[in-house]
Structures are given as C-alpha cells and as structure tokens.
Design a protein around this ligand. Structure first.
Ligand code: GDP
Ligand code: ZN
Length: 310
C-alpha cells in the first residue's frame, strides 16, 4: 500500500492512503542507514507501507523526494540538516493590507527563500476588506510590482470571502506551504479554505500554536480538493534562509539575467563602480524597493543573521 505522510509526531507517522489514514512506525533500519538528516521520514513523503494485524502500519520504503525544505538542526553537528517537509509544489507569502501593514521587505525575504528552494511562489494579500483610500495606491503598487516580476498576486479577505474561491483553485492538487509573519491571517485563511482544518485563530496569535492543535509537529492539512497546506511551525513565522552573499542576487529574478554585466565578477551590487544592477535601478528597470530589500538582506547576511525573515 502507498500513501503520503501528513503528520509526524516523532515516532508515529500518519499516512493518508486511498482507503484512509493509517498510523505507522518506521523500520528501524531507516534510522541507521546513513542519511545525514535528523528525521528519516517527513510530511510530504510518499511511502510504501505494510499493514499490521492491529490496523497500524509499517513504513517499508520512502519514495524519492523531488525537493525538501530544510533548516539547520539546532545544536547538532555542522552539516546536519533538519528536513521540515518534502515534495512541496508552491510557496505562498501572506501579507495583510493593514494590521499588520503590508511589508514589502518581508515579502522579499520570503521570496528569496522560495527562490533558494527553487519552488514557485505567489503572494496573498489578505484583509482586502481593509483597503481604503489611503492604502489603495500602495496596494496597486505592490501588486503590480510583484505581478511584473512574474509572481501571482491574490487579494483575499476571510471577512468578506473575496478571493477565497480563487485561492482554493490555486491550492488544488498539490502541496503548498504558507509563510508570513504572525497576525496576517494565515490560520484564518486555512480555516476559510477548509473549515474542518479547525486551526485556532485569535487576537493573540500565540494561541495558534498552543491549544489542542499543538503544532509543534508539522502536518499537512488536506483541503478536500486534492491539495494540501503544510502547517509547519518552523516555517510559518520566519523564513530561515541559509544562503551566502554571493548567492543572494541570483535569488532576485530581475537581477539574475544581468549579473555578468557588472565590471567586477564578485560585485556585491552595493558600492562597486561599473555595477549593472545599480544602473538598472537608476534607469527604473529594477524597482527601488526591491533593490533596498536586496541591500537589507545582504547586510543582514554579513551580520551573521541568517534567520533573516524573522
Ligand atoms: P496568523 O497569525 O497569520 O495565523 O493570523 P490569524 O489567522 O490568527 O489572524 C490574525 C487576526 O487577523 C485575527 O484577529 C483575525 O480575525 C484577523 N483576520 C484574519 N483574516 C482577516 C481578514 O480578511 N480581514 C480582517 N479585517 N481581519 C482578518
Ligand atoms: Zn553589480
């Protein structure tokens, strides 16, 4: 029998199969077979299992992963990685119009992370019901900026229902991660998409991670349309980017093609003369706010703050 791992609680794995959800353990040998990972089976993994007489299962094989989102394992030897979720098809960065106010710098940090993972990304602007005369122009600016770069942008409101059917269509049939800062409405969106998901939402969004839905364990929430949203406590709040300064400009889609045109091959596009990227900013070919985000992330990498999305 085959299935997808939707929940992992340490020693038990919930596997969704064609005939239902089976609680599984893994064969001891996966723990020993030399994988450099702290966790051999993760949510999103396609696994083969054999059934035990008591209705539980035994995972006997793990399918090849087409990608994996990782973070460095805390307190472990250098080089160890902690895989959070495998086989992710798309990443969605959530922001709100107000409360908290739209933050382009944070969007760019999450987009850099998605680009580093080589996963297609989109942007959800939630709390569209709060758009007023003062915020309207800014919302037009940001949505146009990101659409021009090739990222889909969806406006949603869990209050009025605007954009929810469109979002549900976007999230069908694949595994998605939803990232963004606290308070923008990630839990509310998941609840709106799939009321059975029953994530806790609240004014104090700390509650999202306490309560009965103790999401210290990662899980995939089935949306009922064949799609899954990964609820991953490690990813939701902060984009953990583990990239070096030389890689950063390659993660900005509008810079990537022109990097070889700088005078110096190791140009950081910060202070160097003959920088093609700075020329493009001056010519209006690169949006200034995006270039500022680039510099901010670059400087935070130099400061040794790799958890730049925090
Ligand atoms: P999370 O921390 O990103 O998971 O955010 P929550 O889903 O917990 O929502 C944070 C707050 O925003 C809650 O008070 C929600 O009721 C509120 N909220 C969520 N979606 C919307 C929306 O579309 N419009 C408005 N006005 N408030 C919303
Ligand atoms: Zn340059």
């Amino acid at each position: 029998m085959e299935g997808v791992v939707i929940r992992s609680t340490g020693s038990w794995y919930q596997v969704r199969t064609a005939t239902g959800i089976v609680s599984c353990t893994i064969r001891g040998k996966f723990r020993l077979d030399g994988r450099v990972a702290t966790n051999p089976v993760v949510i999103g993994d396609h696994v083969t299992l054999s059934m035990n007489e008591d209705g539980t299962g035994l995972i006997t094989d793990i399918g090849e992963r087409h990608n994996k989102l990782t973070r460095r394992a805390a307190g472990r030897r250098v080089g160890r990685e902690h895989v959070i979720v495998a086989n992710v098809d798309a990443a969605w960065v959530v922001q709100s119009v107000q409360e908290p106010k739209f933050n382009g710098g944070l969007v760019d940090r999450f987009l850099v992370m998605a680009e580093a993972w080589e996963i297609p990304a989109g942007i959800i602007i939630n709390k569209a019901d709060l758009i007023d005369e003062r915020s309207e122009d800014a919302m037009d600016f940001w949505s146009e900026t990101y659409r021009d770069l090739g990222y889909p942008v969806l406006f949603t409101s869990t209050r009025t229902g605007v954009g929810i059917p469109e979002l549900r269509d976007q999230l069908a049939n694949h595994i998605h991660v939803i990232v963004g800062p606290s308070g923008v409405g990630k839990s509310s969106l998941i609840n709106a998409l799939e009321p059975l998901a029953d994530l806790r939402t609240g004014e104090v969004s700390e509650r999202t991670r306490k309560g009965k839905h103790t999401t210290t364990f990662a899980e995939l929430i089935p949306l009922g349309n064949g799609g899954y949203v990964a609820d991953t406590p490690g990813l939701r709040e902060y984009g953990l980017v583990d990239i070096g300064p030389a890689e950063l400009s390659h993660r900005f889609v509008e810079m990537r093609e022109n990097l070889h045109e700088c005078r110096y091959p190791d140009c950081t596009h910060d202070h160097e003369p003959g920088c093609r990227i700075k020329e493009m900013v001056e010519a209006g070919e690169i949006v200034e706010e995006r270039y500022e985000s680039y510099l901010n992330i670059l400087h935070s990498i130099h400061m040794g703050d790799k958890d730049v999305g925090r």
